[in-house]
Design a protein around this ligand. Structure first.
Ligand SMILES: N[C@@H](CCC(=O)N[C@@H](CS)C(=O)NCC(=O)O)C(=O)O
Length: 204
């Protein structure tokens, strides 16, 4: 197995580095920053027309988009064992997909800190805070009475949503009205693999 992960740990690539650690995968790391000219080179654009990180090449399979990468790696390498990252059963799989798309489409636009989009988010002002609160309310309801989003154990659904609420992003959010979310997020980010990935790549 030859896996190459493109992207710096200071970017959404942290999600990819985290899942690689959960799965115990070995990989070569090309820590390109979001503003590296290499992302816009013809060679890179041929692999990922978005010119963005993260991107992986997994035994010749090219995958871009952080959520898609996590789903791909979990499905390919994490569907065995008593607590598979990619859970079994149509409902659990549906929940993995549901929470991954929700995290990217519903939650992330309001909590992202991309330099390029920060101005737009600032213009949204209190409307953005209201959207974050609404999404945290959705998560709070989902996590009330259950420990994890898609199964009775941690799965790629938890990783994809907690990846959007990264420690650096979460520090800027109040969870006062969302104790179940705060507890779940702490359990996600203190997992040994999450901590190992952050300390290996010295990210916050
Ligand atoms: N939806 C994409 C977003 C990827 C993205 O915007 N990545 C940033 C770094 S975190 C980037 O490479 N930006 C460079 C650009 O868009 O030109 C994902 O989740 O992977």
């Amino acid at each position: 197995m030859a896996l190459v992960i493109y992207g710096s740990a200071r970017s959404r690539t942290m999600r990819t580095l985290w899942i690689a650690a959960e799965l115990g995968l070995e990989y070569e790391h090309a820590p390109l920053e979001w503003n590296s000219p290499a992302l816009k080179s013809p060679e890179f654009l041929a692999l990922n027309p978005a010119g963005a990180i993260p991107m992986i090449v997994d035994d010749g399979v090219v995958v871009a988009e952080s959520m898609a990468i996590a789903l791909h790696l979990a499905q390919r390498y994490g569907d065995a064992g008593p607590e598979p990252l990619y859970p079994h059963g149509p409902q659990a799989v549906a929940d993995v997909l549901r929470w991954s798309f929700w995290a990217q489409g519903q939650l992330e636009p309001w909590v992202q800190q991309d330099e390029r989009l920060a101005g737009l988010l600032a213009q949204a002002g209190e409307a953005a805070d209201a959207e974050v609160a609404r999404s945290l309310g959705v998560l709070e309801r989902a996590l009330t009475g259950r420990s994890w989003l898609a199964a009775d154990h941690f799965t790629v659904a938890d990783l994809n949503v907690a990846g959007v609420l990264s420690p650096s992003r979460a520090r800027r959010i109040s969870f006062e009205r969302n104790p179940a979310v705060a507890d779940w997020l702490m359990r996600c980010h203190t997992r040994p693999a999450a901590q190992a990935a952050r300390s290996r790549h010295a990210a916050g």
